[in-house]
Design a protein around this ligand. Structure first.
Ligand code: TRP
Ligand code: ZN
Length: 856
């Protein structure tokens, strides 16, 4: 079948061709109607190259009229194929192309293009949603100014740019900045604004609005506050000023991802806007601040400078993630932020790199671009920029960024453009560095030491190698910035942080003039996204945990101690005494930041332990991993019960709730102590906390602990009754149960919840909560009887015809199936084959499952 064939044809970076036309101005007119919205477009076009006039058009768009300079075309003048419209009529050098179409927002369950959410009209156009609204060259390198007229009786009518005209039933918006179609947005509904004002560094006043559903206003203040801090921060850290009279943010309940940076009209998943102490956790507050920042920072890195094509996605996403990480580090604790970012990177990106979905930060081929909004593009894309900054230093980084904004403002740029800016600003040759963009896979870095006592010389020997990834066998050496410091045996720092620049497959670095053999603190601050292998005894690690002056490396020592003792326990050993002693010292050290202590107390997740088992050449047994982790937590609790009790009691916060970083850090330490005590107290602390807590952070943690202790039935019911009208809290309720239930019962619990009347599975947040809650319960998802795999496959197949983006994203839970034992692999393979054998799969899901199924 030709259609199925073309569905699977990959797009190649090498096939890029410029569009033969420029668009001088876009005028759009929307007559909004839930079932039949009429969209008229007028595009002022000019030919710049030879070639056909080809527009993208979604299958659901009903075309009524096409005209050139006011003269109607006839169907003989165009050809409509699966997703394109080619115009054959003779065209003058400059002309206006008009179109009129009808679309049906009420039937749009994919939430791509124009859709309805609770009676509100809303759009999502990235990456290729605009073609479902009107015929258009829907590619990021076609940029134009837009003027948008909206006809509707709804009270609030919004689009990009500045408001030009407003009358009952009508609004006109004008965006003076040329932009690609993926940044177009329109919202219409019964909304309320929580408003503020910002004066930019050059004195321009900007009206700020956070638009929410009536009744949600009291929960929008933190988002507005975060926006103001983001605007200020971008001026101070990057010299970037806002460029319109208004900045609007809209919260919507049905949304495929986190948020979207549409010019002047950011649209957010409501879970990343709405927060109050009673309904949101500290984690929610931190994410809201980070994502508000992220979308705002896109105004320069993404909007003013956009991507030439979707292969360059990391140009905007890697850079904007890097910027939002810097923002959060400045607003909160920089070491804690770094550790959390590394945890996410390892859990999501390393996993991707080591499995069938591995791809370069800049891919060279894709079938469905929505499948490439990945941890590799986002998180590794940010790490690559962090390495560049480490290599050239802060001042050069700032100079390079100034040059980037200067040179490329208004452009649709490439990774080559980006690297050229750094070469020109610093005089460096970045040819080898570019491999971080083109080569997939996580390098494995080994370090050995050679100590020459007579000469007082330490030699560090590094080797690097990157395992093959799909389609890329050979991996030449990369540039790796390795930050190291040397500590004397009494813990003093004898050599402060130095960045070694490794460029060869094997390379030595020497340190002279040392009186005694130092302890090496390596890969400080996680200076490169690599796996570092070195032989260290438990007592060496305990030394680093006690003395390292680099907070990341110090935390890493705790992590590796925990990992090694867990690996030994899986093989039947008792918990390591060095580790238990080190944890005791850490607990009792009030000089350490509570949030940092909480991070050091947290045990590696079961998924991370499973990865460590397979890295060591073993086959992970999910049940044994779960049992070992539970046993270690119990042992820590027994060994340090009174210290944990003390921490738990001492860090009680009095007074009214504040979501600031210090308060959140104290709560996180207290809840880490609770999580450990919960293993030996039968849930007593959790029950008391659940009853007394005045905020959702403690409430949710207590509920999770009660579920884990197997005694949460009463509280689970009470929680539902209390919050049944607060959608976001009920999402959490659907997530906490499959996530925290003992693995042997979790699939049954998830199946029960899937039959709950409130399991509105077409809502992406609700679907992700329940299905994602189960897949994040490692031993439950990998249940030996295959029930976890079947549960996921059933729901992916149910979701795919309605919302292929969500189905495809959630399918990645299968990506590690090859790591497990033959019996589990058999069950996973059967589930994957059942998906692939289903007729009419979306190209999103079929691409993902095909790649996963083909895992070597
Ligand atoms: N560009 C958005 C961001 O990172 C993410 C995004 C891409 C998105 N595609 C989307 C959001 C589809 C919602 C739906 O900020
Ligand atoms: Zn982004």
């Amino acid at each position: 079948m030709p259609a199925a064939q073309s569905q699977q044809t990959p797009h190649l970076l090498a096939d890029y061709r410029p569009y033969p036309f420029e668009i001088r101005q876009v005028r759009l007119d929307f007559a909004l109607d839930p079932k039949a919205t009429v969209v008229q477009a007028a595009l002022d076009m000019e030919r710049v190259l030879a070639g056909d006039l080809v527009l993208d058009i979604g299958a659901g768009v009903i075309l009524h009229r096409l005209a050139v300079d006011g003269v109607d075309l006839t169907p003989a003048d165009w050809t409509r194929a699966a997703e394109t419209l080619t115009i054959h009529a003779a065209l003058p050098a400059r002309f206006t192309l008009q179109s009129e179409v009808t679309i049906d927002p009420s039937a749009n369950t994919a939430f791509e293009g124009l859709y309805l959410s609770n009676g509100m009209f809303c759009t999502q156009c990235e990456a290729e949603g605009f073609r479902h609204i009107t015929p258009y060259p829907d590619r990021p390198d076609v940029m134009a100014p837009f003027e948008v007229t909206i006809h509707s009786d709804l009270p609030v009518l919004l689009s990009n740019g500045n408001p030009l005209r407003e009358e009952p039933g009508l609004a006109v918006w004008q965006d003076p900045w040329k932009k690609p179609a993926y940044l177009f947005a329109l919202v219409a509904g019964d909304l309320r604004a929580v408003s503020g004002e910002f004066t930019t560094m050059s004195g321009q006043s900007v009206d700020l609005n956070v638009w929410v559903r009536p009744g949600d206003e009291p929960r929008a203040g933190y988002a507005l506050d975060s926006l103001i801090r983001s605007m200020k921060w971008d001026e101070e850290a990057y010299g970037r000023e806002y460029d319109l009279d208004v900045f609007n943010i809209v919260a919507v309940d049905d949304f495929n991802m986190g948020a979207m940076e549409n010019k002047g009209l950011n649209i957010f998943n409501s879970k990343l806007v709405l927060a109050s102490p009673e309904t949101a956790t500290d984690g929610d507050y931190e994410r809201i601040e980070g994502v508000i920042g992220h979308e705002y920072f896109h105004n320069w890195t993404g909007n003013r400078i956009t991507c030439r094509d979707w292969f360059q996605l990391c140009l905007k996403e890697g850079l904007t993630v890097f910027r939002d990480q810097q923002f959060t580090a400045d607003m909160r604790s920089a070491p804690v932020k770094r550790i959390n970012d590394v945890l996410t990177l390892r859990a999501r990106q390393f996993r991707e790199d080591q499995g069938p979905l591995a791809h370069p930060v800049r891919p060279e081929s894709y079938i469905e671009i929505n499948n490439f909004y990945t941890a590799t593009v986002y998180e590794k894309g940010a790490e690559v920029i962090g390495m560049l900054k480490t290599l050239i230093g802060d001042d050069s980084y700032r100079r390079a960024l100034d040059l980037y904004f200067d040179r490329h403002d208004g452009d649709a740029a490439t990774i080559e453009d980006w690297l050229k800016v750094f070469e020109d600003a610093t005089g460096r040759d970045l040819t080898q560095f570019k491999r971080w963009y083109t080569d997939a896979g996580t390098p494995i870095l080994t370090m050995t030491e050679d100590w020459d006592a007579d000469a007082g010389r330490l030699t560090l020997r590094f080797t690097q190698s990157t395992p093959p990834t799909p389609g890329q066998q050979d991996k030449p050496a990369r540039v790796i910035p390795i930050a190291v410091g040397l500590l004397s045996p009494n813990g003093d720092e004898v050599v402060p942080t130095t960045v070694l620049e490794m460029t060869e497959a094997a390379q030595d670095f020497t340190f002279d003039g040392l009186a005694t053999r130092p302890m090496v603190s390596a890969l400080r601050g996680f200076s490169a996204p690599v796996v570092l292998k070195r032989d260290l005894s438990a007592s060496d690690r305990a030394f680093l945990l006690a003395h390292d002056t680099d907070p990341f490396a110090r935390w890493e020592a705790a992590r590796e101690l925990a990992r090694d003792t867990l690996l030994a326990m899986i093989r039947g050993a008792a918990p390591d005494a060095e580790y238990l002693a080190a944890i005791g010292r850490l607990l009792a050290d009030p000089a350490l930041d509570p949030a940092y202590r909480a991070l050091c107390l947290k045990l590696p997740a079961e998924e991370e332990i499973a990865t460590a088992v397979s890295d060591a050449g073993g086959v992970p047994d999910p049940d044994a991993i779960h049992a070992a982790r539970e046993a270690l937590a119990s042992e820590i609790a027994r060994s340090h019960q009174s210290a944990l009790e003390a921490v738990y009691q001492d860090s009680v916060l009095t007074g009214s709730f504040s979501p600031d970083a210090d308060s959140a850090g104290k709560r996180s330490l207290r809840l880490a102590a609770l999580g450990l005590l919960n293993h030996i107290d039968g849930g007593e602390h959790a029950a008391a906390l659940y009853a007394s807590a005045n905020n959702m952070t403690e409430r949710a943690a207590a509920l999770a602990a009660l579920i884990a202790a197997g005694r949460g039935d009463t509280e689970v019911k009470a929680f539902y009754n209390e919050f049944k009208n607060v959608r976001l809290v009920i999402d959490m309720w659907f997530m906490l149960q499959p996530l925290n239930t003992e693995p042997a019962q979790a699939v049954a619990v998830a199946r029960g919840l899937a039959a709950h009347p409130d399991f509105d599975w077409k809502n992406p947040n609700r679907f992700r909560a329940l299905i994602g809650g189960l897949t994040a319960n490692h031993a439950a998802f990998h249940a030996a009887d295959g029930s976890g795999y079947d549960f996921l496959a059933d729901w992916l197949l149910k979701m795919d015809p309605l919302n292929p983006q969500i189905a495809a994203r959630m399918s990645s839970a299968f990506d590690s199936w090859r790591k497990y034992d033959p019996a589990r692999q058999e069950k996973a393979r059967a589930a994957l084959d059942r998906i692939l054998a289903t007729p009419k799969l979306s190209k999103n899901l079929s691409e993902m499952v095909t790649r996963i199924r083909n895992a070597a």
